[in-house]
Design a binder for this molecule. Structure first.
Ligand SMILES: Nc1nc2c(c(=O)[nH]1)N[C@H]1C(S)=C(S)[C@@H](COP(=O)(O)OP(=O)(O)OC[C@H]3O[C@@H](n4cnc5c(=O)[nH]c(N)nc54)[C@H](O)[C@@H]3O)O[C@H]1N2
Ligand SMILES: Nc1nc2c(c(=O)[nH]1)N[C@H]1C(S)=C(S)[C@@H](COP(=O)(O)OP(=O)(O)OC[C@H]3O[C@@H](n4cnc5c(=O)[nH]c(N)nc54)[C@H](O)[C@@H]3O)O[C@H]1N2
Ligand code: SF4
Ligand SMILES: [Mo]
Length: 659
């Protein structure tokens, strides 16, 4: 029945699945994983198998809107595209003239991982305008910086090679929820005898299925990594690497007994983990980004990433470590984004949006253009973010599929296409396949792609540089025009024919890459806002981890009821609940000096004592009080990379109503 078209999942997820779309009468009726794609292997995650609920949701935004109510109220009237784009162009021109172009701030992140809809015409537009430049740090920049310090390269073990491993460590990685296409490789490795260990303060779905689950205090991974190095060196399980003297000396200061106090993991377990990891061959680490959402997270990633260099496991098929594969997709970014089009401009760290909107001066932010992101819900320091978005003298435009929390504060809302409706070129951060997708269905209503919107906006601004007339295919050709050996021989024509093409990366992508063992000393100090940290506070004894929901993806599915149900919960250990008179299912308040959030207690062995977990991220419009967990999170930055510290957050919990 109908016709099968090919697509690629654009969501912010390491798996970048190849999708088969069944289309009937111009409407998508079913999505399936492409069985021909070696990583997708014919299945989709729970979220995207039901993506059509989102695609055809009754609240899908279909027309441009202009605000008629107060900011945040969500009252709008429908206007035409012509009027909408004229208004936006006029506002941006006026802002640039009155306050200088840096008073304009673009804000975008992971709504789509497509190169074109994520970072092409939009970047050209803002570069040409001379707008403030956004540092896109909210997710992975601390870990990225740690990996770069260690190797100067953001690459790792291919997921397909996990089948060859005999020992697999998931370190801050909830594979079943956020990277499910690695799971079949892991199942096969275990069938062949591999042991599977999880290091996570939360007893996730993944941890519950491990052979061994170790639950460290949040943010203490650098200490654990140094403790493992200590064991590897002390027990002769380390290779002699050139220049490793200072690292050996450093690790000598972290004997298991000391690390046990810092991490909450028993000394004998640290010793055993070090021995097993150092002797099982090949051993591989799936390090995901949970570890680096923490004040010492960048350096923790650097230390963990050095472990395979110390044991020599990069040389073995099925050994090594996987944080990301993104560095291999070395497309021609300059050609795509054209940073040369405008003057250098100040940078604004996206984690500090609240500060930027309420304090930044010379010039203040006067126009904010948001696309591919929902900062009202996902950004830390939510109180100040919302305060900023409420400013009457701030003009905000939001391009999205829905009237998101951020869009409710906007003066102008523009309807965007989804990945099923536009062309794009896709990298992945969890495998080495480059992919092309063409529209599978026509856009509903008056939706337009980001590329179309910024192309048209450029015209109305009078930007006549030739690059603003480029088609999607022109830009794909420009992106593929690079000297990188990994992209050699990959053309648009080939992608058109094969759809997914493996990059020319070596079988052992990191073998022979020199580990940098010097640089700033690796020394652990507990995150300031943690149980052992300098800013510990007896009033707020619990550590909150607001990690990824299983059925949601950041806030992209938060309009769906089952996602609202999952993200309105606080997981608590029975001991912590009993001490506060809290029983399963009760309404609770989670609070600290920054805010208060209401959730429903889910009591059980889902977390270690002292830790509570709130799956993120809920839409504010569903949340009592209009705030979610990010109202509890500080805007502190990580040690390196300027990332957020989502998982260093001290709180207290009390039952609602009469005590
Ligand atoms: N407490 C807490 N906060 C977190 C996190 C956490 O774990 N805990 N995670 C953090 C992390 S890792 C990340 S990456 C960020 C994610 O933050 P964001 O990148 O802001 O992710 P989403 O909230 O999913 O919002 C993406 C938006 O883009 C829209 N979109 C999708 N495709 C398109 C398109 O083609 N065009 C346009 N115009 N819009 C599109 C979607 O509809 C959606 O509203 O959140 C961070 N915030
Ligand atoms: N279902 C689903 N899938 C997603 C997303 C989603 O929201 N939902 N988000 C997408 C995005 S934006 C990203 S960046 C990716 C990657 O997302 P990940 O970073 O892998 O996801 P998280 O759940 O934030 O963190 C992974 C695990 O780290 C644990 N953790 C937290 N703090 C620490 C710590 O200090 N030490 C250790 N060892 N572990 C810790 C958490 O409990 C969690 O189980 O996933 C993507 N895929
Ligand atoms: S696993 Fe990730 S890439 Fe695959 S369909 Fe789900 S969200 Fe998309
Ligand atoms: Mo992310």
């Amino acid at each position: 029945m109908g016709e099968i078209r090919h697509s690629v999942c654009a969501l912010d997820c390491p798996d970048a699945c190849a999708i088969l779309v069944q289309v009937e009468g111009g409407r998508a009726v079913r999505l399936r994983g492409d069985p021909a794609h070696p990583v997708t292997q014919g299945f989709l995650c729970a979220k995207v198998a039901r993506y059509l609920e989102r695609e055809y949701h009754p609240e899908r935004l279909l027309h441009p809107l202009r605000r008629t109510g107060a900011k945040g109220e969500g009252r709008f009237e429908r206007i035409g595209w012509d009027e909408a784009l004229e208004l936006l162009a006029a506002k941006l021109k006026e802002t640039a003239r009155q306050h200088g172009p840096e008073a304009v701030l673009p804000y975008s992140y992971g709504g789509t991982l497509g190169f074109l809809q994520g970072s092409s015409m939009d970047r050209r537009f803002f570069h040409r305008l001379g707008a403030s430049r956004l540092e896109r740090t909210i997710c992975a920049s601390a870990g990225g910086a740690g990996l770069m310090e260690a190797y100067g390269r953001r690459m790792g073990t291919a997921p397909e090679d996990f089948v060859h491993a005999r020992y697999i460590v998931a370190w801050g990685a909830n594979i079943l929820s956020t990277n499910v296409h690695l799971w079949p490789f892991l199942v096969e490795a275990r069938r062949r005898g591999a042991r599977f260990v999880v290091i996570d303060p939360v007893r996730t779905k993944t941890a519950a299925l491990a052979d061994w689950h170790l639950a460290p205090y949040p943010g203490s991974d650098l200490a654990l990594a140094l403790g493992l190095m200590h064991v590897l060196y002390a027990e002769g399980l380390a290779e002699k690497l050139e220049g490793d003297e200072s690292l050996r000396a450093r690790a000598a200061g972290y004997p298991p007994e000391r690390v046990a106090e810092l991490t909450g993991i028993a000394a004998e377990d640290i010793r055993r983990l070090g021995r097993e990891y150092g002797t099982a061959r090949p051993a591989v680490i799936r390090l995901n980004y949970g570890v680096q959402r923490s004040e010492r997270g960048g350096r923790a990633v650097r230390a963990i990433s050095l472990l395979p260099a110390i044991t020599g496991s990069w040389r073995e098929r099925g050994g090594g470590l996987l944080l990301t594969t993104s560095g291999a997709f070395a497309i021609n970014r300059e050609a795509l984004e054209r940073p040369d089009l405008g003057p250098p401009a100040r940078t604004v760290n996206m984690v500090r949006l609240g500060e930027a909107l309420t304090e930044l001066d010379a010039p203040p932010v006067k126009a904010l253009v948001v696309y591919n992101s929902n900062p009202a819900a996902v950004c830390p320091d939510q109180r100040r973010v919302l305060e900023g978005l409420r400013r009457e003298d701030l003009f905000t435009a939001v391009i999205d599929h829905f009237v998101t929390d951020t869009a409710r504060f906007a003066d102008l809302v523009l309807p965007a296409t989804t990945f099923l409706e536009h062309t794009d070129l896709y990298f992945a951060y969890g495998h080495y396949w480059l992919q092309l997708a063409r529209p599978a269905v026509a856009p509903p209503g008056e939706c337009r792609s980001n590329v179309e919107i910024f192309r048209e906006l450029a015209r109305r601004m009078g930007f006549d540089d030739a690059c603003f007339a480029d088609s999607e295919d022109d830009m794909i050709r420009q992106a593929l025009d690079t000297d990188s050996p990994w992209l050699r021989g990959i053309t648009l024509e080939r992608l058109e024919k094969e759809r997914f093409v493996r990059l020319n990366v070596p079988e052992l992508p990191m073998d022979g890459v020199r580990a940098n063992l010097d640089g700033a000393p690796l020394e652990y100090e507990p995150p300031r806002e943690s149980r052992l940290g300098a800013e510990r506070d007896a009033r707020f004894p619990l550590e909150l981890v607001s990690s990824k929901a299983h059925d949601g993806l950041n806030s992209s599915f938060s309009m769906l009821e089952r996602v609202e149900a999952e993200t309105s919960v606080l997981e608590m250990h029975p001991e912590d609940a009993a001490a506060r008179g809290i029983r399963d299912g009760m309404e609770v308040e989670v609070f600290n000096g920054r805010g208060t959030v209401r959730l429903k207690a889910r009591v059980g062995p889902f977390v270690r004592p002292g830790v509570v977990r709130a799956p993120a991220t809920r839409w504010l419009r569903h949340a009592p009080g209009g705030v979610n967990v990010n109202a509890l999170i500080s805007d502190r930055l990580t040690d390196i990379g300027g990332g957020p510290c989502f998982y260093n957050c001290l709180v207290e919990v009390r039952r609602c109503g009469p005590q």
